[in-house]
Write a protein that binds this ligand. Structure first.
Ligand SMILES: Nc1ncnc2c1ncn2[C@@H]1O[C@H](COP(=O)(O)OP(=O)(O)OP(=O)(O)O)[C@@H](O)[C@H]1O
Ligand SMILES: [Mg+2]
Length: 276
């Protein structure tokens, strides 16, 4: 039987979803900087597979398969939204309307309402920022190491809280909210910070920027549910925690899907499956 494969060639990572012989959906992942490896993996494991691709680097990936007939392509946002809906249905959750934030290399923000989706905006602050700013500040380039160290860090010396500014004054908003990400480094004029603290601070920027954008668009569209996806969240409890607590504080309902970064690949696989 022909194996059906969905591939999401993203800015940083290429995600793969396919059906195994037991008809279970399984997943794999490669760096987008090494498409040759993706090609080798397919040629040695699934040489006769039927493939559907999505993602910003789909055309770059296709070049490596020039000997094959033209590989079908599905628009990234369609694939991602279909992948999200599929996972929601699998988990028996299906909000009527939701904001969806894909925290990939950068972050893209969408609304899904009555099965119609629309891109509302985004920000360049995303997983690439975690890797890039993390590397610039600490020299650490490995994602897992960045995550591990950031978990051990403290943002006390890095950020300024509302309560730091309003010391003896009546607080106009919650004192534990961040008044300034990284503002503490200059205001405290202290050198008392470690790599872990800096990395925790970078996670803070990403989580708070993305969550506050989502909360604002959710308010503007009167939507309660916000679904956060993207591989940046994978095994990254600190980022999930930052996003969750801020989203809940602003009376919205955050959801994280199990297969954080695979929505696009799942959508491409479903597109590839429905034709047969
Ligand atoms: N092993 C890993 N190597 C590199 N980055 C990783 C790894 N694991 C998780 N990440 C994080 O995942 C992010 C990429 O997320 P994702 O796969 O959702 O984006 P993408 O699809 O490649 O990018 P985009 O959708 O913006 O084109 C990275 O920027 C990084 O923060
Ligand atoms: Mg992506």
């Amino acid at each position: 039987m022909t194996t059906r494969i969905g591939i999401d060639a993203g800015g940083t990572l290429t995600k793969i979803a396919y059906w195994n012989e037991n008809n279970e959906m399984v997943f794999d992942r490669f760096l987008s900087s090494d498409f040759q490896k993706v090609k080798e993996w397919i040629e040695s494991n699934h040489p006769n597979a039927s493939i559907c691709v999505t993602g910003g680097r789909a055309e770059q990936l296709k070049v490596h398969f020039s000997s094959k007939e033209d590989i079908p392509y599905i628009v990234e946002f369609d694939a991602t939204m279909n992948g999200v809906m599929y996972q929601m249905k699998q988990g028996s959750i299906e909000p009527k309307a939701a904001i969806i934030a894909n925290i990939g290399t950068g972050t893209s923000i969408h609304i899904m309402q009555n099965n119609i989706h629309k891109r509302l905006g985004g920000t360049g602050i995303g997983g690439g920022t975690l890797l890039g700013l993390g590397m610039a500040l600490t020299g650490i380039s490995d994602f897992e190491e960045i995550i591990k160290q950031s978990r051990e860090g403290s943002r006390t010396e890095i950020d300024v809280l509302v309560s730091d500014i309003y010391k003896n004054n009546k607080l106009p908003i919650k004192g534990t909210l961040t008044a300034s990400n990284f503002g503490g480094i200059s205001l405290n004029n202290s050198n008392n910070r470690s790599s872990s603290d800096l990395l925790a601070g970078v996670q803070g920027i990403i989580g708070e920027v993305v969550a506050s954008l989502c909360i604002q668009v959710a308010d503007a569209h009167q939507v309660e549910d916000i679904i956060y996806i993207g591989t940046t969240l994978e095994d990254n409890e600190l980022l999930q925690q930052i996003i969750e607590s801020y989203t809940v504080l602003k009376l919205k309902k955050p959801t994280f899907l199990d297969k954080h970064g695979y929505s696009g690949a799942i959508g491409a696989l479903l597109e590839n499956t429905k034709k047969y």
